[in-house]
Design a protein around this ligand. Structure first.
Ligand SMILES: NC(=O)c1ccc[n+]([C@@H]2O[C@H](COP(=O)([O-])OP(=O)(O)OC[C@H]3O[C@@H](n4cnc5c(N)ncnc54)[C@H](OP(=O)(O)O)[C@@H]3O)[C@@H](O)[C@H]2O)c1
Length: 262
């Protein structure tokens, strides 16, 4: 339909991506949902009046083909949410090599491939109605070297650098890049309410809907980086920047319950 604002949401089949798609649809966006589980995407698309495509963000060729199909239907994409991601509980010595590869390929490179593939649509939207937006769903683990999920934290650090450098790159083109840094969120893939050992950390666990609302606010208010919730994570991130060794050692003593490694 003419005048529709198009949003592409990756990892929309559950958790933060699903909640974001619902929130965007409620606000009048037309969503294109991407993930691997067709049944889940189809059910959500029917419910909120969206479109869907199966897409494995690790597969660069598949991402390019999906983007080509979506852009043939919608030449202007006003919002891309790079949200698809997988957990990686385990340290750099205990976790499997496959998990190390999976978290880098999904959580970091997946967003890079999707951004590159949807650039023509984002540029068209910015030129026609400006500005267009990209949201990268990073994590507080992008700013804190959380040893019990070392490879995951490293992938999220890479994704954070990607998001910050992309913001500087696209600024002059009228495409705003927003970085969302959620703390622990209860979702299908990440179940911190049951697998975190620390009762204090469990107290700060959010629901996906809280993060979806924050994500939309970041876009509407043009926020560069948003930590959700601000407390306790933002002060802890600042402490990490000032005293990296001390903080990494302190948070390293918190971890997951036995038997919850990926
Ligand atoms: N939950 C937390 O504590 C937390 C905290 C901070 C940041 N985050 C980040 O938030 C994002 C969403 O996670 P979530 O908590 O909502 O978990 P979730 O409920 O498990 O959702 C993950 C989503 O990513 C999709 N996905 C996974 N691998 C994919 C691939 N190769 N290609 C395409 N889609 C893929 C999944 O769909 P399919 O399986 O259908 O492909 C699913 O829709 C992730 O980037 C995560 O790192 C989570």
């Amino acid at each position: 339909m003419a005048g529709e604002r198009i949003a592409v949401v990756t990892g929309a089949s559950s958790g933060i991506g699903e909640a974001t798609a619902r929130e965007l649809a409620r606000l009048g966006w037309h969503c294109v949902l991407l993930a691997r589980r067709a049944d889940r995407l189809e059910a959500l698309a029917n419910e909120i009046g969206a479109e869907w495509e199966t897409c494995d963000v690790r597969d660069r060729t598949q991402v390019d083909e999906v983007a080509e199909r979506v852009l043939a239907r919608h030449s202007a994409v006003a919002l891309l949410v790079n949200n698809a991601g997988v957990p990686g509980r385990g340290t750099f010595v205990s976790t499997s090599p496959e998990t190390v590869e999976r978290v880098i390929e999904t959580n970091y490179l997946g967003g890079v491939w999707c951004t590159r593939a949807f650039m023509p649509g984002l540029r068209s939207a910015a030129a026609a109605n400006g500005p267009a937006h990209i949201v990268n769903v990073v994590s507080v683990a992008g700013t804190i070297a959380f040893a019990p999920a070392g490879p995951y934290a490293a992938a999220k650090h890479a994704q954070l650098a990607f998001s910050r450098s992309l913001r500087a790159t696209l600024r002059s083109e009228g495409i705003q890049v927003h970085t969302l840094l959620p703390g622990f969120v209860e979702t299908e893939g990440f179940t911190p309410r049951s697998n975190l050992r620390s009762g204090i950390m469990r107290r700060f666990v959010l629901d996906a809907d809280d993060v979806a609302r924050a994500l939309v606010k970041a876009v509407e208010k043009g926020r560069n980086e948003m930590t959700v919730p601000w407390f306790p994570y933002r002060p802890v991130s600042i402490f990490q920047a000032l005293f990296p060794g001390v903080l990494a050692r302190l948070v390293g003593s918190y971890g997951y319950r036995p038997g919850t490694q990926d």
